[in-house]
Design a protein around this ligand. Structure first.
Ligand code: HT7
Ligand code: ZN
Length: 874
């Protein structure tokens, strides 16, 4: 396969400042006439050929001005069209035909529930018409859409509506013009039958904007929460980042077939409908929070991504990392900051840390790729966001915002690079960020260890910090990174101790900054021996060697003023006690050691100062993935499951009274609201029940069943089902039948049902999944069905997915191969399920390798899948 290298970047020889399209939709074929106003870039030699990208489009005619081109003037291939000797400045007119009806890849123009819609990022526009499909070629688009009035009463594209009208033969048209030059990956069209809800928004400078959210007929009322989130996002972006909306309309369309979450097309965001549609009967608190976040994320791209875009796809994290950072900040401002931070870090560890520790490790800004679709990873998104967060920590909030302002101003209307982004922060702060920039270019994460000592007489506290970056595939030489370490010196009673002065590293207020392999920091004038609390708020994405003493962990878990480290220390205490027993050659679990942890947890639950949402997080004991990361090698999922079950039982037994009281006395208002306060309370109540149910007592299962039957919202109903699936598979199967009969009319709920079925940890699950694949409403062609069923299986059911007999791996290999025939993007993404195959114990390792080899050896696999499988095999 062809490898694309960052170092080979060179600007395009030709530019397309203006694009005019005429799109005629009809049920069999869609015809697209495009006028490209093309100019040779200054300094490029005459006679340089022009290469336009184009895939799966059928060329009907081609002309320059009025001159129809004949064979010999251009060359046509599978990947595009080459003009051999184009003039310096000209209008190239093409007419092409495409077949959206047959397009199951969900890239380019396709149909979803009968409606036409597009997905162009990263390289989908070339499946609509011939173009220079790269993000640094930006054009002003005008689009005239024509369709049958009954088939497609709604016609939408980017920018502002300019005109619309009737035509002969029951057809009509709409004309759209987007004044902002944009790369073609931000192009979009939707044509079809859709209902909508509307709202008005007045920007801070008094401009009126029409907001519309469109959904399939009958579903518009389910878009109210998304609209509310949109209005809040628009306000927040004005207040926090000074970004004001820049068109007359902002449209969102929710479609039911979509490969990813959503897409930030200029003025016309297209969403997977599961991230738009919600009401209390069908969506959980978590669904609402995700909708809020994704609506905000796509809206925020209007500046970070659209107004300033990326020079090339290597710079993807320039828009994605920064925009994830912005959506995280939005959620933190709208909800509970501490809880959001913990949730974000849990997510980062669960996906990015795993990616970083395995064969697919890469830097946030990679330097080579085969298929860009495979680089929409958690390293680009979530680690990218952490790097931006570190910039804020390092420079302070105010200077950071000056840097973002400068970036958005300096590069407005441009396609930028990471270097240009960083330069803005150097310019506003006067700080040299060249070493910091390595966070973008180096894969892997530092392991930080520390030791401390206290000399009472001199009141001297010494902290020795060491960082080491382990090698990643193909990259053994690692440099130390700049680490912003938020910290505190926690006294006996939990106060943060002060010091007179510190030396050995840059220390200011609660921040240590080091860029060395090893550093010794001495604090003078510390009045008593502290317990040090490092990386407060998870101030850098490192692995901190947590082999601290149990007392230290418990001290922080009880008293640290930083909620993140309070939560982290409790988790760490449990992991330190439990992890050794999970090792295949490890000792038995010593349950006596769990006593003080239970006490700390009990105190946390009793505290008057902590929110229910935070307490709920503390009740979630370390996950399966937490342990696999700690163990690293020789993973036996059954063993992890057994030990985790034992830990839950011990803790639940010790806290039994408290948990029962919590469950029965925590009352919520009758009026369901998906806000942070109510969600936190529901979460705490459901966590209490969840922990209790691990005791596997009949009476408790009765309580869970009652919880299901009396639930007045989907959050509680789904929680009850999940608890039953995890603890009592036989009873769960009965409840799931009831759930299917009574609640799964909405496809979003049907998907929950699929996921719950796949999460049951019993030997029948693989057969159950095979039966579900024959269900009338299941289709491999709809990504939401695939993510629901197989995502829940590969991520939420590790013992069955990684069965020692290899049946789980084989099932997923079969599914990936089937999907790859028509949707390589989804097939490639699913292959990440195998990324930890080398970490299993030998039997499972061999079974996973065999499944991967089978995929690799299959005839005609897509380049997407081939890249993923080859890299995973290593
Ligand atoms: N920027 C968008 C990415 C995206 C995408 C990428 C590959 C294939 C399909 C896709 N759909 C959307 C969404 C975002 O991150 O905001
Ligand atoms: Zn994004």
């Amino acid at each position: 396969q062809k490898i694309v290298y960052l170092q080979d970047y060179k600007p395009s020889d030709y530019l397309i400042p203006k694009t005019e399209m005429w799109v005629d939709f009809s049920p069999e074929r869609t015809q697209i006439t495009t006028d490209l106003h093309i100019e040779r870039r200054a300094g490029v030699e005459a006679g340089t050929p022009l290469e336009l990208d184009g895939e799966q489009v059928e060329l009907v005619s081609i002309a320059i001005g009025d001159d129809v081109l004949g064979a010999g003037q251009y060359e046509l291939s599978e990947n595009g069209l080459k003009l051999l000797d184009p003039p310096q400045s000209f209008v190239l007119s093409t007419v092409v035909e495409v077949a959206p009806e047959k397009n199951k890849s969900l890239e380019g123009l396709y149909r979803s529930s009968g409606n036409w819609c597009t997905q162009c990022e990263a390289e989908g526009f070339r499946r609509i018409t011939y173009f220079i499909d790269r993000p640094d070629v930006m054009s002003v688009f005008t689009v005239k859409m024509v369709a049958d009035k009954d088939l497609a009463p709604v016609l939408l594209s980017n920018g502002n509506p300019m005109d619309k009208g009737e035509m002969s033969n029951n057809r009509h048209f709409a004309l759209w013009h987007d004044p902002h030059p944009k790369p073609c990956y931000l192009f979009a069209m939707v044509a079809g039958k859709l209902d909508k809800i509307s709202e008005k928004f007045t920007t801070k400078s008094g401009k009126n904007v029409d907001l519309n959210i469109y959904a399939e007929p009958g579903k518009a009322e389910l878009c109210r929460y998304a609209m509310d989130a949109l209005v809040r996002s628009m306000k927040w972006d004005e207040e926090r980042f000074g970004c004001e909306y820049d068109l007359d309309v902002f449209n969102i369309v929710a479609v039911s077939d979509f490969n990813a979450g959503a897409m930030e097309n200029k003025g016309l965001n297209i969403f997977n409908d599961k991230y738009v549609l919600a009401d209390p009967a069908t969506a959980t608190d978590q669904d609402y929070a995700l909708i809020e976040r994704i609506i905000a994320h796509e809206y925020f791209h209007n500046y970070t991504g659209n107004r300033v875009t990326c020079r090339d796809w290597f710079q993807l994290c320039l828009k994605e990392g920064l925009t994830v950072f912005r959506d995280q900040e939005f959620s933190s401002d709208e909800r509970f900051r501490d809880v959001e931070r913990i949730d974000d870090v849990k997510g980062l560890r669960q996906s990015q840390f795993v990616e970083d520790s395995g064969p697919l490790a890469h830097p946030p800004r990679p330097s080579q790729y085969e298929q860009i679709d495979n680089f929409y990873t958690s390293t680009v998104y979530e680690k990218g966001a952490e790097v931006v967060r570190m910039l804020m920590t390092l420079l302070g909030k105010q200077t950071f915002h000056e840097g973002v302002d400068l970036y958005l101003d300096r590069h407005d209307g441009e396609a930028a690079t990471i270097e240009q982004f960083i330069k803005c922060f150097e310019d506003v702060s006067g700080r040299d960020l060249s070493q910091f920039q390595k966070w973008y270019t180096q894969a892997g994460r530092p392991r930080v260890s520390y030791s401390t000592s206290y000399a009472a007489e001199q009141k001297l506290f010494t902290l020795v910090l060491k960082q080491e970056v382990p090698p990643t595939p193909g990259d053994d030489e690692k440099s130390p990174l700049v680490l912003p370490i938020r910290f505190g010196l926690v006294s006996n009673n939990g106060e943060d101790l002060t010091w007179e002065h510190a030396e050995g590293a840059e220390v200011q207020d609660d921040l240590i900054v080091t860029n060395e392999d090893e550093v010794t920091v001495t604090f003078h004038g510390v009045s008593s021996a502290p317990v040090v609390s490092l990386f407060r708020g998870f101030s850098a994405p490192v692995t901190l060697d947590t082999k601290a003493s149990l007392e230290e962990d418990l001290h922080r878990a009880r008293l640290d003023s930083d909620p993140f480290n309070r939560w982290e220390s409790l988790q760490s205490a449990i992991m330190n006690i439990v992890a050794p027993a999970m090792d295949v050659d490890g000792p038995e679990l010593d349950i006596e050691l769990l006593e003080p942890v239970a006490v700390a947890l009990s105190q946390t639950l009793d505290s008057q100062n902590l929110s229910p949402a935070f307490k709920a997080l503390c009740l979630k004991l370390p996950t399966y993935q937490d342990y696999t990361q700690r163990l690293g090698q020789n993973i036996d999922p059954d063993r992890i499951k057994t030990v985790r079950q034992k830990v839950s039982e011990v803790v639940a037994d010790k806290l039994r009274g408290q948990l029962v009281t919590l469950y029965s006395t925590l009352h919520l208002p009758d009026d369901y609201q998906p806000n942070a306060e109510q969600s936190g309370m529901r979460d705490l109540r459901n966590q209490a029940l969840s922990l209790l149910a691990t005791l596997k007592e009949g009476q408790l299962f009765e309580l869970v069943e009652r919880h299901y039957r009396e639930a007045r919202n989907m959050t509680d109903r789904q929680a009850a089902l999940a608890i039953m699936c995890a603890n009592a598979p036989d009873r769960a199967v009965e409840l799931l039948d009831d759930f299917k009969r009574n609640y799964t009319e909405a496809m979003t709920v049907y998907d929950k049902w699929l996921g719950l079925n796949a999460s049951i940890d019993d030997a029948q699950t693989i057969d159950r999944i095979k039966r579900l694949m024959d269900d009338d409403r299941f289709s491999l062609e709809t990504p939401n069905r695939v993510y629901a069923l197989f995502g829940a299986f590969t991520q939420g059911n590790p013992t069955q997915f990684a069965r020692a007999d290899g049946a789980g791996f084989e099932l997923i290999a079969d599914v990936i191969l089937q999907i790859d025939q028509f949707n390589p993007q989804v097939a490639g993404r699913f292959a990440v399920a195998f990324r930890i195959w080398k970490n299993y114990e030998s039997k499972r390792r061999e079974a996973a390798r065999a499944a991967l080899e089978r995929i690799k050896q299959s005839e005609k696999i897509s380049p997407n899948l081939s890249e993923m499988v080859n890299k995973t095999l290593g």
